[in-house]
Structure formats: C-alpha cells, structure tokens
Design a protein around this ligand. Sequence first.
Ligand code: ADP
Length: 275
Amino acid sequence: MSDSCSHDCGSCSQECSSRTSPESFRVPLKEGSSVKRVIGVISGKGGVGKSLVTALTAAAMHKRGYRSAVLDADITGPSMPKLFGLRSKATGDDSGVYPVKSAGGIPIMSINLLLEDERAPVVWRGPLITGTVRQFWSEVHWGEIDYMFVDMPPGTGDVPLTVFQSLPLDGVIIVTTPQELVNLIVDKAAHMTTMMNIPVIGLVENMSYTRCPHCGERFRPFGKSHCAAVALEHGYKLLAELPIDPSLAELCDSGNIEQADLSLVAAVADAIEAL
Ligand code: ADP
C-alpha cells in the first residue's frame, strides 16, 4: 500500500496487496430489470468516434430486433443525448430513475439527461464519476434488455478501470483511428481487459478512409492503416473500417444517428450476436 493510499480501490489502479477484488465494486442491477449482455466500447483517447460506434452498434442491434440500451459512462464528455436527439430530461420517483427513449425506442441514460444545463462542464473527481456510473446501473429502471452498450470513459486510466470493475462487462469493442498510435493503444487496452478477464470482441477503425466527392474514389487521408496488423498481432478481429463521412457527422449533429447506414457496423453486430 502506498503512503498516499486513499483506501478507495475504486479510484486506484495500483496492484497492491491490500487491493480488494474487482467484484467488490459491483452493485446489483435495479430490481425488476434484467440485462442479458453488457458490451463496453473503449478508446485510447477522446474524439476518435467511440460514442459514434456505441450509438451505431446499439441502433444496429435494435434494428435486428433485440432490446438495446445505452448507458453513457463517459460522464465528463457525454454525447449520447445529442447523437440520439433526446430533448426531454430523465424523470424519477422514489423507486428510481427512468431512462429516456430514443425516437426508435432505445432506452438511454446519460449525465446530460439529469443536469439542468447540459453545457455546464462536469468537473468531478474519479470516485464521484464512478459512483454515478454505478448508480446508472443500480438506480435506473432499465426493464428487460438484451444488449446494454456502455460508452466508456476514454483512455485506460483510473476512471475507465474502475468503471470496468463496476459493471459486469461481457466483452469490449476497441475503437481507434489510423493516426492514433494504434499499437500502443491496443496494447494498453489489451492489458486492461486481460487484467479484468474481459474478452475483446474486436477492433473498429474509425476515419479509415474517405471518398472523393467528384469521382467517388476511395482513399486513405492518414495513409496506410496498421490496424489490421495490430489486430492480428493480438489475436483480435478487425470488425469494421468506418469512412470519414460528412453525412455521418451531420446525422450526429442533428441527433439522427439511428438513420445512419447501419450496415457499416454489420460485422460488429454479427460478432456481438455470436458472443
Ligand atoms: P468520442 O466518443 O471518441 O469522443 P465521438 O464519437 O463523440 O468521439 O465523435 C466526435 C464527433 O466526430 C462526432 O460527433 C462526429 O461529428 C465526428 N465523427 C466521428 N467519426 C466520424 C466519421 N467517421 N465521419 C464523420 N464524422 C465523424
């Protein structure tokens, strides 16, 4: 144990002898709700399209007839209400909080659905963030869900680690971009998932390529991708390469992500179905 130990293993990633087991951070799911599979979406840093992939995959599974839900665990950078165009706030009563449903019927919980002013920055320390995520699991009336998608906090530091330990994840999807240091990111994510004994469902490379608006030719603005090689090295599948597409950005901005071409993440949905 270090001299500066706060005795809160939930906010610390040190592997010391006094560490309590991961399960001890877990809280039970809200009574009356059931979730068959919990899928985390992770990335090495913010802004690489993790939330986009979470939203597209949840929408794709919903379209396949499964009951999808989205838990926005990216407390300091919540984007699910915007992507799904949610306009109303979450409501609650003595028994708990009710998620807000998207236009297509996907229940979603995010800190922005609870804050009075969603533009106010959330400047919270780790324990408060992870406490909130745990409450999203234990205090929200989710109902019966087949696949819960968790938009994880970016990175591989203390906060994402504790969120990992707080939720019963069945698998994770790693989102990366060609210009990221893919090898390093995947190494770190692999280390974290191995530590937590959580399978990696596969990798998604976002912003892989784009198309010339005149001739439609496909080209890679960031040069040759190393993602496939890195995936192979780790024994992971590269499930999808998503284009840089202004119409996708437009759908994100207008809150209409459910109307996107969901075949982009068909292989991700297949891999989740096969879990
Ligand atoms: P993260 O969750 O990793 O921080 P987001 O998924 O919120 O990143 O992406 C940030 C924004 O970048 C999105 O709202 C969208 O406008 C834009 N974006 C991400 N990926 C793409 C893409 N493939 N094509 C066009 N715009 C994209």
